[in-house]
Structures are given as structure tokens and as C-alpha cells.
Design a protein around this ligand. Sequence first.
Ligand code: SF4
Length: 197
Amino acid sequence: MNRLSLSEKQESIDVLNYQIRACNNCGLHATRLHALTGEGNVDSPVLFVALSPGEKENAENKMFIGPSGQVFNKLLHAAGIQRESVFMTNLVKCMLPKNRKPKMDEIDACSPFLEEEISIISPEIIVPLGAYATNAILAKFNMHSASDGMNFSSLNGKILASNNKKIYPLPHPAALLYNPGFELNTIEKYKRLKTFL
Ligand code: SF4
């Protein structure tokens, strides 16, 4: 298993981020302002994986600062988790124009970056946010084929185990913008992450 020191992790992430910023491996490079790199504690046991940068994140080159980010911050705060204590990244590093769904070839082109982030950070638990990130992470750990149908609601809030990795699918914060009634329930799910920190 990959066991890098903190400084080795930071160096490896810096090299990877350089590659992400220069990437034009799929058509999304043409419409982005920034290819957004992950942020947070590279030594964290908790890795959040969202879908892609929104407009504000694309404009300002920062993770989770738009409306979804406000919800994410609120959930972390309510659960007593410091944002600086976790690592956050996206499945697709460049903005999806008009919030459209990602295409399979875009996910395939960008996934090697996420795989490298997982390898470097080596978290105890991966928290994919929403169906697309969950589908990709489960496929990576051979928990189902990426082409299988997946019922996200049946996985939401369940801790799944694969070898030495735990996977904890949670709703994307954007979903709570449209369904604020799920907030309390989601806060309880975030609280479970404190045991890993
Ligand atoms: S979405 Fe990923 S693969 Fe596509 S251009 Fe951006 S960084 Fe490269």
C-alpha cells in the first residue's frame, strides 16, 4: 500500500495539479477558465469527491465556493468538521457548460487524475457526492461496472467496504438546494465522518 510522508504527498499533488491545469484531454478544456485542482489536507483520512466545478468555482479557481459550496460548508459546520481537515476534489476537473450532465468520454478522460489523487492521499474513507461520483468510485474499486445501472438512493448514507477502503456515498450538496428538507438527515450522515478524523 502507498504510504507517502506528508511532504511526499504534497510534492506529488503539486506535480499532479500542474498536469491537471495544463490538461486538454477532453473537449471541456475549450470552455473552462480553470481546470480545478483538489484542495484541503493532503494527509486527510477523508476524501470528498464532487462532480465538477460550478460557474463560481470556474471563475475564481477555488473548490466549493458557489451555492453548493455554501451548503457544503453548512453541513460540515453543523457536523463539527473543519473544512481544512478534509480533502476535496471533483470527478471532472473542468466546468460542465450550463450545468449539463457529464459525458462518459469526459469522465473517462478525467478519471486518471482522480485515481492519482486517491493513490497519493490514500484516505481511509472516500465520500463520493451524488450519483456520478459514486458510480465512478464504485467502478474503480470493482464494486460494480460503470455501465451497470445504479440506484443511488439505495447506497446513500451506507458505508461500503472494498479491501482496505471505505466508500460512503452521500448526496451532492446541490441536491439540498432543491430539497432542503433532507438537510437534518444529511447532517447526521456527515457526523459519522468525525470518527475518521
Ligand atoms: S475535464 Fe479533465 S480531462 Fe477534460 S480537459 Fe479538464 S482536466 Fe482534462
